[in-house]
Ligand binder design. Structure first.
Ligand code: SF4
Length: 339
């Protein structure tokens, strides 16, 4: 398949399997009430697998299951098995908040999931409760411990760093990651849909993150790596590796090979895109594998999205989408789109 208008191939598909979440993190779901996708619109696992086949035909070999919280989707291991069994994916990963991980970890691994990323923003239970409005810190740590106990490689721990909230815990998280064999990735706070309380002064930049860690650990060595992975990786003097995802201050749109499918089958070419292509509806209207492949290929060919770079160029920034718009179209929410 041809690359997009900026020469970027399509390799990477993030699939949100549900817009529901069992946490209420302030940077993603700060509101009291949400408009959910209609249940009847949510794609079945069979429908998801049919769409994934189309993407694989066109060159996608990396799939990440996201949400909302993907482990809220009943029998997710069945979808993992369906996607993995064709053997066409080089990477089949899951991003979870970890709350339900301990009870599902064995089934997911047996089903063929390659690796797990767990979101964890703090090591302090009380802070977790304040941040997520749920008392589930211990369960998240149990989930991570369960991955570690299996000796399952590839564990990553994703931390959104917010000034005045958890920027005093970077070293604690590095130490914790080391103790459970997980690579910590610090993510700059982003102004995507759903982040209605975002402001630039809360963003702890990559430069600041590195400076904080350098004060604690001494010289930090950047790893020279080519590719489209969002994280830049670094090594501490003792060999510990960590990553920084600097989407806000140093975006990487020029190398972005990923797109996103919502639980109801809308396909978005950028985290910041306001409109998607309704592959779910096309599928349910009887489109064949070839029809869908033509639609996907033609849409990708025209893609010129570079949302984070455009946001950076704006200078003065405020939240991307206001609450009223989010209520009118929940697809604009990060928890619907799979951040
Ligand atoms: S902002 Fe859009 S184009 Fe840029 S890296 Fe994110 S998803 Fe890709």
């Amino acid at each position: 398949m041809q690359p997009d208008a900026l020469g970027r191939p399509l390799r990477n598909l993030r699939i949100s399997v549900t817009d529901r979440c069992n946490l209420r993190c302030g940077y993603c779901m700060p509101e009291e009430e949400y408009v959910w996708l209609p249940r009847e619109d949510i794609l079945s696992f069979e429908e998801v697998a049919r769409l994934v086949e189309v993407f694989e035909d066109l060159g996608v070999d990396k799939v990440r299951l996201t949400g909302g919280e993907p482990l809220l989707r009943k029998d997710l291991d069945r979808l993992v098995r369906m996607l993995g069994s064709a053997g066409r994916l080089r990477d089949l990963a899951l991003t979870t908040n970890g709350v339900l991980l301990a009870e599902q970890v064995s089934a997911l691994r047996t089903a063929g999931l390659h690796r797990v990323t767990v979101s964890l923003d703090t090591m302090r239970p009380e802070r977790f409760k304040a941040l997520t409005r749920r008392d589930a810190h211990a369960r998240v740590l149990e989930g991570i411990a369960a991955v570690h106990a299996l000796g399952w490689p590839g564990l990553k721990i994703d931390t959104v760093v917010i000034r005045g909230i958890n920027d005093d815990e970077l070293a604690d998280l590095i130490e914790y990651g080391r103790s459970v064999g997980g690579e910590v990735r610090f993510i700059e706070y982003m102004d995507v849909g759903g982040a209605t309380t975002w402001s630039m002064d809360q963003v702890v930049s990559r430069r600041e993150i590195l400076a904080i860690l350098e004060r604690r650990y001494g010289a930090i060595e950047p790893l020279a790596e080519a590719g489209s992975a969002p994280a830049d990786r670094f090594r501490l003097a003792d060999g510990t590796i960590f990553g920084v995802i600097s989407s806000t201050t140093q975006p990487f749109c020029h190398a972005c090979d990923r797109s996103r499918l919502t639980a109801d089958g809308k396909w978005y070419l950028c985290l910041y895109a306001t409109r998607g292509t309704d592959l779910g509806r096309a599928l349910r209207a009887g489109a064949s594998r070839d029809d869908l492949a033509r639609l996907v290929a033609a849409t990708w060919r025209q893609r010129a999205d570079r949302g984070a770079e455009q946001r950076l160029a704006l200078g003065a920034r405020r939240p991307l989408v206001q609450i009223g718009e989010l209520k009118r179209d929940p697809h604009l929410e990060m928890h619907t789109r799979g951040g």
